[in-house]
Design a protein. Structure first.
Length: 539
């Protein structure tokens, strides 16, 4: 099937058949059937219960399954320097352009985008305002991440039934996000205390008041994203979000339910051991004696303690024989696909309360009204993160970490690290908030703690690293990209090659929306911090 036609279904009956096949097949099995739906059902045959299943499926496929594998594991985990790869064929760790851009794009527009679009349109046509408002918020959650990958994407014209489907520029998309959230929040406020979708909602079991807080918190995230390119808009939207009510406790954060079939997204890939803790994580977490470390990673099998690997190690030095020298993920995310049982299988964190506190801390740093001082909000973010990942910690242990003056440590010498040289500490900042330091130092502290607290959500962490330059990270050991140097940041994914063939005019128009050519070096619209203010990655 022509990929444009496959991506942008006009027929809701076909879209519904796609949904039913996916639901019947389970969570990650049978998606190949989505290209050839056989059972065509009409919209008139759908009731609220089936719509709920469709919404649940859009939640799952919009964050997990194939989209996590192709979008997160191959790209954002490495670009955010949370993990490094030991597999010689995964060139994305060396900035190689591995062609997975096509799979990330195709999977999104043939699965979750179709499902979400169906739910939003059906709920609007059938006068279901609460369901429609939730679908709109979920649209913002899904599409902002795709736009943060590519920049211009297909958005407002999705599902128009045309062979050539135009893209929207990122500024237009982001401004529409804020308007969409306005519409959704207004509905939630009119229906406070009510419920929609019930247990089909995998995040809040249909609780409208919780969805209102999620929408406001999401607004705060997007407001901060545009802080360097549209500071007035950013401040307005951020203050609006905080005033309307954002996450304040971990009970309110957006957590997606996991089951034996819907396993945690990290657990999805632990049946293989091709990714390990990065040297950046090693330097910071070991240096801080961070109590979250055993919740994230396991000690190395062949060397004492926790051990990280530099990103960009040449393929000739990679292989399964070095796995045991480095830290794999913790047992929290084991086992997967090893018999009938899955381990602890924690819920997936869609948006964390800790992130909201760090967003507010940065806003306060900028002089915005965030309901507290930057230091207060920074410390609350740490408390929220530590209690989230380590609920067994005492209050005294948490406070001891908050006032710690420990700093990151060097990464031990290994031949595959950097020509036999020890890697110096990634940075010199402590945990203790440096209220008297310059603004960039305080921003680095805020974003570094957001990076630590965002474990498992590397899509967001890569965006924040591009936006702010933090965490500083290490320069790649080896670089395969002709457009980037080893100490550059990977700025965006290039447009899909299939799109260039099947949607040529639209892609060519979208290139005009970019700040430069269609390469990984071109910055997105919101990626506007002066390069002179960026820290140099450590060599």
């Amino acid at each position: 099937m022509n990929r444009n036609k496959m991506n942008y279904f006009k027929s809701m009956s076909t879209g519904l058949a796609v949904l039913l096949i996916a639901i019947a097949a389970g969570c990650t099995d049978g998606f190949d059937a989505m290209n050839t739906p056989k059972d065509e059902l009409t919209v008139e045959q759908i009731d609220g219960s089936l719509l709920g299943q469709a919404f649940a499926q859009s939640q799952y496929t919009g964050t997990m399954g194939e989209i996590y594998w192709w979008c997160y594991m191959h790209y954002t985990d490495k670009y955010s320097q949370v993990t490094a790869t030991t597999h010689p064929n995964f060139d994305s760790d060396m900035y190689g352009m591995i062609g997975r851009e096509i799979l990330c794009w195709d999977n999104y527009y043939t699965v979750p985008a179709v499902q979400q679009n169906f739910v939003e349109e059906f709920s609007e046509e059938n006068d279901m305002p609460l369901e429609n408002a939730m679908a709109k918020v979920w649209r913002v959650q899904m599409y902002h991440r795709m736009s943060d990958f590519y920049g211009p994407i297909i958005y407002s014209e999705f599902g128009n039934g045309e062979v050539s489907v135009p893209y929207d520029d990122q500024e237009t998309i982001y401004r529409d996000f804020f308007e969409t959230l306005d519409e959704a929040v207004a509905v939630f406020e009119q229906h406070a205390g009510e419920n929609a979708f019930g247990t089909h909602d995998m995040i809040y079991n249909g609780d409208v008041d919780q969805w209102r807080r999620f929408a406001n918190s999401l607004r705060l995230r997007l407001a901060m994203r545009v802080a360097y390119v549209e500071p007035e808009l950013a401040q307005t939207e951020a203050e609006k979000a905080v005033q309307a009510g954002v996450f304040e406790t971990n009970d309110e954060q957006a957590m997606m339910m996991t089951t034996q079939d819907n396993i945690n997204w990290i657990t999805q890939w632990t049946y293989i051991q091709e990714y390990v803790m990065s040297a950046s994580m090693h330097s910071v977490m070991v240096g801080y004696d961070d109590p979250r470390l055993p919740a994230f990673f396991a000690e190395a099998e062949n060397r004492p303690g926790y051990q990280g690997l530099r990103n960009g190690v040449p393929a000739s030095m990679k292989g399964a024989d070095i796995n045991g020298d480095h830290s794999f993920v913790s047992e929290t995310y084991l086992p997967s696909h090893r018999g009938d049982q899955v381990g602890p299988n924690p819920p997936n964190r869609v948006m964390k309360t800790a992130e909201v506190y760090f967003l507010r801390a940065e806003g306060a740093l900028r002089g915005w009204n965030m309901g507290g001082t930057e230091e207060q909000l920074y410390n609350e973010g740490i408390r929220a993160s530590l209690t989230d990942f380590r609920p067994d910690l005492s209050a005294a242990e948490i406070e001891a970490y908050i006032v710690s003056t420990d700093t990151p440590v060097p990464v031990p010498t290994e031949e595959y690290h950097h020509e036999g040289r020890e890697s110096p500490p990634m940075t010199d900042i402590p945990v203790l908030y440096q209220s008297g330091a310059d603004e960039e130092t305080r921003l680095e502290q805020i974003i570094t703690q957001k990076w630590l607290g965002g474990f498992g959500d590397t899509w967001e962490l890569w965006s924040e690293r591009r936006r702010t330059g933090y965490p500083v990270g290490y320069a790649l050991i080896h670089n395969l990209n002709e457009y980037l140097d080893r100490d550059d940041l990977y700025r965006r994914l290039i447009f899909s090659g299939d799109e260039r063939i099947n949607n040529t005019a639209a892609v060519e128009e979208a290139e005009g929306f970019l700040k430069g050519p269609d390469t990984p070096a071109t910055r997105l619209w919101w990626d506007a911090k002066p390069l002179t203010d960026y820290p140099e990655p450590v060599d």
